[in-house]
Design a protein around this ligand. Structure first.
Ligand code: NAD
Length: 557
């Protein structure tokens, strides 16, 4: 149901202070099934047909105006790279500085807008995504980022809608969170945006993450420069336009595709930088963090740094595990969206007692996986990897497996980039649990397996904890409750999202707030009420309603 009327009914505006707490009711967006003949499937097919052979022209949007620079680029469809899906341009340093100035000039007025007004824009955008604009954004995510129907649906529809609705709810409810007032004074807290601009740098792999990285700081009263990934410009621009149509004023978010280092160098060099909202790889986040620390004397305020980075996510299987659950969960986690989820399982630890059964089932099911064009053939389970660079990087891992004496390729291993950047789902067994394939993020459809002696499972839990620098997601498969408890204790710091008898992917906003520590990031948990606190700078106000009286204290008499 559209939430805007509901919001209008349930939110009496009472200025800065609230008389009583009003909860804003929202629920997770249902994930649609797209069964043959369903209305959502027909709408999606129509939207996909509309994109066939088309190249959308996407400008930078700076100072409320569409701007083109001479540095023109193309986004191609990963599964058919002859199809240029978007023509866009890079903002250069001058344009980025213009964007900073335009954003900073718009900040004061936006920050003073009541949070209910700002929230309404995000509720409206969520309603548009849930209804009339769903098919368009899904189709653009499928064709531009090579997602299947369901992968686009859980990302560009369900997760993005949930981010907008839940964050808007949390923002409105936060304002009700007021300090104690003790007569003769009243105390209040004003949740201001940060002073300056926030740089939002988004990855290619989730349309929802782009919307959230730029959208949440804006919701909280900040102004933002949004740099989308080169390989997700098409879908990200659609989301941006929806926000504008939902009522986001010009200049609150500047849309600036740009060369990564040019963007990074420019924003970190500005005295007005007050926040970095980043999701992507560890090297990029570290580079930005270092640049910010080097420029620290320049800034008017300490910039807030939020970064969600990579993972080397594990599935630990105990001898008491349910084998079909292990196989289904692992196939989905390792290979959905070609393993290009930060939470994808890429290392499986299986006990020798169960391995023959797990292996037989894994290989049998593996044969049924269809890799192809997700827009033409809805039976496709996954498609091409995002671009030539990723293709080359993943191919190197396959070569490593082919040449290393410790590794055997059990399934897959073929790569073909003639039409699109296709890599077969690959299962690789290692005899060395410390091989780089067990330690480093691959970000592709490659699952490494280590078979351990059943009785040594406690050592293996220690090994899992210490093998990789990451701490993002992980899963334990065991029916033995004591083992589950022990694994939960020993792996306490190995993951920020921990699953028991479930796969390591698929977190849902407000249900499993997402993020990890160690090299995986600052663990700010997008999808929870805590996340919005990163984008506010509260002002505490005390007002006293009685004369102050004598300056001397009673003990001084
Ligand atoms: P990436 O680091 O290559 O790029 C991320 C963004 O940074 C892109 O927009 C890119 O253009 C930009 N960028 C690159 N160099 C820059 C620079 N010097 N200054 C400023 N911006 C710069 O990552 P990617 O390939 O887009 O995404 C994949 C990575 O993201 C993986 O490591 C994955 O695990 C991680 N990821 C993490 C999460 C999470 O929530 N933890 C979610 C999605 C993706």
């Amino acid at each position: 149901m559209p939430l805007l009327p509901l919001l209008q009914r349930t939110l009496p505006r009472v200025g800065l202070r609230w008389q009583h707490r009003v909860a804003v009711e929202v629920a997770n967006e249902p994930v649609l099934e797209f069964k043959p003949g369903s209305s959502e499937r027909l709408a999606l097919q129509k939207a996909l047909n509309n994109l066939k052979g088309k190249t959308e022209a996407i400008p930078c949007v700076v100072g409320g105006e569409e701007v083109w620079t001479a540095d023109v680029r193309y986004q191609v469809s990963p599964f058919k790279h002859s199809h240029k899906v978007a023509k866009y341009c890079y903002a250069d340093k001058d344009l980025l500085n213009k964007a900073i100035n335009a954003a900073v000039a718009a900040r004061k007025e936006w920050d003073l807008r009541p949070v209910q007004d700002r929230a309404k824009i995000f509720f409206k955008a969520a309603d548009m995504l849930s209804g009339p604009r769903r098919a368009e954004v899904l189709a653009k995510t499928m064709v531009g980022q090579a997602k299947t129907v369901i992968q686009a649906e859980i990302d560009a529809a369900a997760e993005l809608i949930d981010f907008f609705r839940f964050n808007a709810k949390y923002a409105v409810e936060l304002e009700q969170d007021q300090p104690l007032s003790v007569p003769p004074s009243t105390n209040s807290m004003v949740y201001r945006g940060l002073e300056g601009f926030v740089a939002a740098v988004s990855p290619f792999n989730f349309t929802a993450i782009g919307g959230n990285l730029a959208g949440t700081p804006a919701l909280m009263g900040n102004v933002v420069l949004w740099k989308p990934s080169d390989t997700a410009v098409l879908s990200n621009y659609a989301v941006y336009k929806i926000l504008l149509e939902a009522g986001l004023p010009p200049n609150i978010i500047q849309f600036v595709p740009a060369d990564g280092p040019v963007f990074g160098d420019t924003v970190t060099g500005s005295e007005h930088l007050c926040g970095l909202n980043f999701t992507g790889s560890v090297p990029t986040f570290k580079r930005l963090w270092k640049q910010i620390s080097e420029n620290l004397d320049r800034y008017r305020t300490f910039p807030r740094l939020a970064g969600e980075c990579g993972g080397k996510n594990f599935h630990f299987v105990h001898a008491s595990a349910d084998v079909p659950s292990v196989v289904s969960g692992t196939l989905r986690s390792a290979f959905e969206y070609s393993g290009q989820k930060c939470s994808a399982c890429s290392r499986l630890y299986a006990p020798d007692s169960l391995w023959p059964r797990i292996k037989a089932m894994l290989l049998e099911e593996h044969q049924k996986i269809k890799v192809g064009d997700p827009a033409e053939d809805f039976e496709t389970f996954f498609s091409a990897v995002i671009d030539q660079k990723s293709f080359g990087r993943i191919q190197k891992w396959i070569k490593h497996a082919e040449t290393s004496p410790n590794l055997d390729i059990l399934a897959g291993g073929k790569c073909d980039d003639t039409v699109g950047y296709f890599i077969q789902p690959s299962i690789i067994e290692t005899r060395d649990p410390k091989d780089p394939i067990m330690q480093e993020e691959i970000f592709g459809p490659v699952l490494a397996v280590y078979v351990y002696p059943e009785k040594r499972y406690q050592d293996i839990l220690q090994l899992i904890d210490s093998t990789s620098p990451y701490g993002l997601t992980g899963a334990v498969f065991a029916q033995d409750k004591a083992v589950v408890a022990e694994a939960t204790r020993l792996l306490r710091n190995a993951a920020g999202n921990f699953y028991i008898n479930d796969k390591s992917t698929g977190s849902v906003v407000a249900q499993q707030p997402f993020g990890g520590a160690r090299a995986s990031g600052t663990n700010d948990k997008p999808g929870s009420p805590h996340y919005i606190l990163r984008w506010t700078s509260p002002l505490a106000i005390k007002e006293t309603h009685a004369p102050l009286g004598d300056w001397k204290y009673p003990y001084m008499q």
